[in-house]
Design a protein around this ligand. Structure first.
Ligand SMILES: CCCCCCCCCCCCCC(=O)CC(=O)SCCNC(=O)CCNC(=O)[C@H](O)C(C)(C)COP(=O)(O)OP(=O)(O)OC[C@H]1O[C@@H](n2cnc3c(N)ncnc32)[C@H](O)[C@@H]1OP(=O)(O)O
Ligand SMILES: NC(=O)C1=CN([C@@H]2O[C@H](COP(=O)(O)OP(=O)(O)OC[C@H]3O[C@@H](n4cnc5c(N)ncnc54)[C@H](O)[C@@H]3O)[C@@H](O)[C@H]2O)C=CC1
Length: 259
């Protein structure tokens, strides 16, 4: 049985923490005792998440210190370098749990997709995870600390999706990046795993045309869309020692969609 406060000593860096899955992950990790460094492109959204966790402006503080908000564009190398510097300066240690949720869509059919739509999605969803994974791993290895890195891919990275050549490529790349990082970092006690959500009810999926949404629900064996908390539960398992011998895995949280 999972022990209470499985993440009591953990410092968790969550990117994309200002919304949807990233916010749910932050809440869940905090409930397990982690101190959360909540990062987002949208500083106000990150601050709102920290307030929800009981950070600045509330009396609740995690065992490892106060939850704190950070602003960074994960697609920019300098911003990610500064982010890891700021987190370590704030908490005097590197994050032992790193969850990359930051992401976006720019959907369009291949025949009409612009180069900019391709470039931006790859820059945030794939290069962003490269930059965060690299910076976090460098900090952990140089300090001799073990860690768990969880990268949010998508079931679309496994099977593709109409209107998402850019997004599908980015998410398939996340799987390969994470498997390779797992191979290289295992000897340092750093585990790296991917989570592949299906259709999860967040602002990201609110842009999907209703006629598509109506069709996809009928394709899901469990018969309903997922919640951000469903993904957060899987992430928390991978963050904790309850998954201590799991690395390089791709964990699907889809209700059975495209199993
Ligand atoms: C048979 C339908 C099965 C649906 C399967 C969908 C599975 C998706 C699983 C994804 C789970 C994980 C999701 C995730 O990681 C987070 C996200 O990425 S959420 C965003 C997901 N995006 C999409 O699914 C793309 C949705 N489509 C669009 O945004 C627009 O269609 C698009 C911008 C691509 C084009 O817009 P427009 O030119 O206005 O064309 P229409 O919207 O009218 O569509 C024309 C035609 O194409 C059909 N269609 C569109 N998208 C899909 C799709 N994803 N799968 C299947 N068919 C699609 C649409 O229904 C229309 O068909 P008609 O028969 O002509 O009405
Ligand atoms: N909602 C869904 O159905 C699914 C989502 N996912 C993935 O889960 C992750 C989270 O998605 P959602 O919570 O649904 O989306 P969301 O749109 O609710 O949240 C995404 C967050 O990432 C932030 N962000 C965007 N670009 C950024 C950047 N350059 N730097 C830092 N932060 C940035 C946004 O500000 C936002 O707060 C994404 O990687 C997405 O691709 C995967 C499968 C399904």
């Amino acid at each position: 049985m999972a022990s209470p406060l499985r993440l009591r000593s953990a410092l968790a860096l969550v990117t994309g923490a200002g919304s949807g899955i990233g916010r749910a992950v932050s809440v869940r990790l905090a409930k397990e005792g982690a101190t959360v460094a909540a990062c987002d492109l949208d500083r106000a959204a990150a601050c709102e998440t920290v307030w929800l966790l009981g950070g600045q402006g509330s009396e609740k503080v995690a065992p490892g210190g106060a939850h704190t908000a950070f602003q960074a564009d994960v697609s920019e190398a300098g911003a990610v370098r500064r982010l890891l510097e700021q987190v370590q300066a704030c908490f005097s240690r590197p994050p032992s749990v790193v969850v990359s949720c930051a992401g976006l869509t720019r959907d369009e059919f291949l025949l009409r997709m612009s180069e900019d739509d391709w470039d931006r999605v790859i820059a945030v969803n794939l290069k962003g995870i490269f930059l965060v994974t690299q910076a976090a791993a460098q900090a952990l290895v140089s300090s001799g600390c073990r860690g768990s890195i969880i990268n949010i891919s998508s079931i679309v990275g496994k099977v593709g999706n109409v209107g998402q050549t850019n997004y599908a490529a980015s998410k398939a790349g996340v799987i390969g990046l994470t498997q390779t990082a797992a191979r290289e970092l295992g000897r340092h006690g750093i585990r790296c795993n991917s989570v592949l959500p299906g259709f999860i009810t967040t602002p990201m999926t609110q842009k999907v045309p209703q006629k598509v949404l109506d069709k996809v629900i009928g394709m899901i064996p469990m018969g309903h869309l997922g919640d951000p908390e469903d993904v957060a539960d899987a992430v928390t398992f991978l963050a904790s020692e309850d998954s201590g011998y799991i690395t390089g895995a791709s964990v699907e949280v889809t209700g059975g969609l495209y199993m």
